[in-house]
Design a binder for this molecule. Structure first.
Ligand code: COA
Length: 150
């Protein structure tokens, strides 16, 4: 059966709720991380950073943020809800983010990938490439820096 898949910029209060819920579950309390999560982080609200929600048939299933730095885009806090992982939605989210970035004139994407998801990014055409050591702290302390030309 065909599905209605949409990448939405997070604006409405209900979308912010779903966005925080997915992030908290998949990135902050999963894998025993238990780091504190700040729903009011300033980085989610600055104009050059865009928070996105992936919806399938009207249901929120994934999140990501795209931070624009001139012709470079940094994607952050990417997650698919646990019950929807392994069904190709991460790939769809990646493809839709590539498209958003290209439309915005971004030529290269960067990410701090968790060690356990390096393979996921490789499947989507990313390659390990150090880009800013100063970013490797906090929840990204053990991350692998990766890059993808668009
Ligand atoms: C990483 C994540 C976004 C992937 O989403 P997903 O919907 O499960 O991924 P998909 O089903 O679209 O998989 C796409 C491809 O990547 C591969 N893949 C998925 N997760 C992988 C992993 N952890 N390691 C290696 N390969 C992986 C799949 O096998 C698939 O390959 P194929 O299309 O060539 O068959 C999801 O597992 C997730 O939210 N994890 C928890 C949060 C997290 O760690 N986010 C990353 C922060 S940097």
């Amino acid at each position: 059966m065909p599905h209605d898949v949409r990448l939405k910029v997070v604006k409405a209060p209900a979308d912010w709720d779903a966005f925080h819920r997915i992030r908290r579950a998949e990135l902050f309390t999963s894998k025993g991380k238990m780091s504190p999560y700040d729903e009011n982080h300033a980085d989610d609200r600055v104009p050059e950073n865009t928070p996105y929600l992936l919806e399938v048939d009207g249901q929120a299933v994934g999140v990501a943020r795209l931070d624009r730095r001139e012709n470079i885009g940094i994607i952050r806090l990417v997650a698919i809800s646990a019950t929807r992982q392994g069904q190709g939605l991460g790939r769809i989210l990646g493809d839709l983010l590539d498209r958003e970035a290209m439309v915005a004139g971004i030529e290269v994407l960067r990410v701090n990938a968790g060690r356990d998801v390096v393979g996921f990014y490789e499947r989507l055409g990313w390659k390990a490439a150090p880009w800013d050591k100063s970013e490797l702290r906090g929840i990204a302390a053990n991350a692998v820096q990766m890059q993808k030309p668009l």
